[in-house]
Write a protein that binds this ligand. Structure first.
Ligand code: NAX
Ligand code: K
Length: 510
């Protein structure tokens, strides 16, 4: 799914109004009716106090339409107009008149702190103060109202965006924004919704298709994509009949140290389970027996050193090399990694201590082959590119790093983001159950495996992250978040392939 910029969305509204020959009021009615339908289906007529905070622009207009529809369906609604400016939008004014027609309780106006209503924990709040039109800091008293609403602990549904949130700046103490339980957004999610620092403001995200002009949406180029099943399906390369294991490549997994052999064992297993034709593991000597018994399908080569890697020599020609899991960052391992980089120019995936070594020995970064995939978790990323001010600054720095070194960076997190040049691919699978030891080692194996099967490294990273997360989602349903461990993900990657083309269950009666 494309993720559009705010300007593109505003343009899409305009184009839609022209091409569908509808008024902006009709488009607002359409959008707000869809939100109403959703809320109505969940509340199902429940007589709970609903308080709607409306701005004076079109986001406020949405709030008034939702309020009118709720009143017409017998809900208890109080609408407030947050009077932060005198510049009311046309569609706000029109809908202000319309809501008066269905209720004697006219919307009351909030002009300052004295007008703040009491909000109980049991209230249901609809936040329609600001949407994508917010373009300057909130006035002091409006910020206070936002904090007042947040403090209430009431259930909050934000329309289009949590009010106070800018599309390109993180909320913070000085820049307050509504902390919604649910954000219902129109047509396209906004990038900020997927950044970790915004998570506590967004709550559960729902995207509503309000029927903006298909042609405009299809033609307009974006550099941000959300990866769901339809996008992942397009990345899959079907297998041919009569294939043999050579067709799916030979992956070499290098890493491990005394006490950390499990990491490469997980990576190797995931590489095989994702479909690589052959896997060889290179580890310190102490890994030999463990690896031969835990991953019998893989071949094992060992370093002359017992406990850490010191000299990575092999007499084979792998299609891809994955380096770093459990390797440590000792002097000798660093030297061995350096030799490996200088002597081989195979496609590479670098994880964990591989990234830590690159962070310490920055000149080694230029030895990485173009399109190498790096898979840092936040701590590793910070060591690699330095501290960032906020998540936007982080993305800026990673894009710069990617362009400068021609590398693909997989920023691991709740929504893992794959960065290549200025392009962002935001993954939408995965769950908190996957925050478990070794989950990253498995991901490296999945990506390595796809490269070995001749997927382009960027596609391998995007598709691999999707499959890894999807497997976690399928397993969490079977075994809970708590019960899920990395080995389960490695063992069950096949389920995410099966799921790719599985027909969704028809609802009963269909
Ligand atoms: N344009 C359309 O056709 C549609 C728009 N829709 C809604 O319209 C919203 C955008 O509406 P608007 O562009 O009117 O903007 P908003 O309603 O988000 O903001 C209201 C207005 O306040 C002003 N403003 C910005 N920052 C301010 C501040 N800090 N203090 C005081 N005033 C400030 C701006 O001039 C802005 O136009 C969307 O988020 C969505 O909710 C939906 O109804 C769908 C259709
Ligand atoms: K809002």
């Amino acid at each position: 799914m494309k993720i559009f910029d705010i300007e593109q969305l505003a343009k899409a509204d305009k184009v839609t109004i022209e091409k569908q020959e509808i008024s902006s009021t009709e488009l607002m009615e359409r959008a707000a009716t869809l939100v109403f339908n959703d809320i109505h289906s969940k509340l199902n007529g429940a007589q709970i106090p609903i308080k709607i905070f409306c701005g004076i622009g079109n986001n406020g207009g949405d709030g008034l339409v939702i309020g009118r529809l709720l009143l017409e369906h017998g809900y208890q609604v109080i609408a407030y107009v947050v009077n932060y400016s005198n510049k009311r939008s046309q569609d706000f004014l029109l809908n202000y008149d319309r809501i008066k027609e269905v209720s004697n309780n006219w919307p009351s106006s909030i002009k300052g702190e004295d007008d703040f209503p009491e909000i109980s924990e049991k209230d249901f709040i609809i936040d329609a103060m600001f949407g994508i039109g917010l373009n300057r800091p909130l006035e002091d008293w409006v910020g206070k109202l936002v904090r007042h609403i947040n403090r209430s602990k009431a259930f909050i549904v934000a329309i289009d965006m949590p009010s106070g949130m800018f599309a390109d700046k993180m909320p913070n103490e000085k820049r307050p924004a509504i902390k919604a339980n649910v954000t219902i957004t129109f047509q396209s999610p906004k990038l900020i919704f997927f950044l970790p620092q915004a998570a506590e403001y967004i709550g559960d995200l729902q995207v509503i298709d309000i029927g903006l002009d298909r042609e405009y949406l299809a033609k307009t180029a974006v550099n941000k994509q959300l990866i769901n099943k339809p996008e992942a399906q397009l990345l899959y390369k079907p297998r041919i009949n009569f294939a043999h294991k050579g067709d799916y490549g030979h992956a070499l997994i290098i890493g491990g140290s005394y006490g950390k052999i499990g990491s490469i064992s997980l990576t190797a297993k995931a590489t095989l389970k994702t479909g690589a034709g052959m896997v060889t593991i290179f580890s310190p000597k102490c890994g030999y027996q463990i690896l031969q018994s835990t991953v019998p399908e893989a071949m094992v080569l060992t370093d002359e050193n017992e406990e850490t890697l010191s000299n990575i020599e092999f007499d084979l020609s792998p299609d891809v090399i994955c380096f770093g899991m459990g390797a440590g960052t000792s002097k000798e391992t660093t030297a061995a990694f350096k030799d490996l980089l200088i002597n081989t120019k195979k496609p590479m995936v670098i994880d964990a201590d591989g990234i830590n070594i690159l962070s310490k020995e920055k000149e080694l970064i230029k030895e990485l082959p173009e399109n190498t995939v790096l898979t840092p978790h936040p701590g590793e990323l910070e060591r690699l590119i330095g501290k960032w001010k906020d998540d936007f600054d982080k993305l800026y720095k990673v894009k710069k790093f990617s362009k400068e070194h021609k590398l693909i960076v997989v920023i691991k997190g709740a929504h893992t983001i794959i960065v290549f040049n200025d392009d962002l691919y935001i993954n939408n699978t995965g769950n908190p159950g996957m925050a478990t030891a070794g989950s990253g080692d498995v991901l490296s194996g999945v990506i390595t495996s796809l490269i070995s099967q001749k997927y382009e490294p960027l596609i391998a990273a995007v598709f691999g992250v999707y499959l890894h997360g999807k497997t976690g989602d399928i397993l969490a349903e079977e075994m809970s978040y708590e019960g899920l461990i990395a080995g389960d993900i490695a063992d069950n990657i096949g389920k995410s392939f099966l799921d790719l083309f599985k027909k969704e269950m028809q609802s009963e009666g269909n």
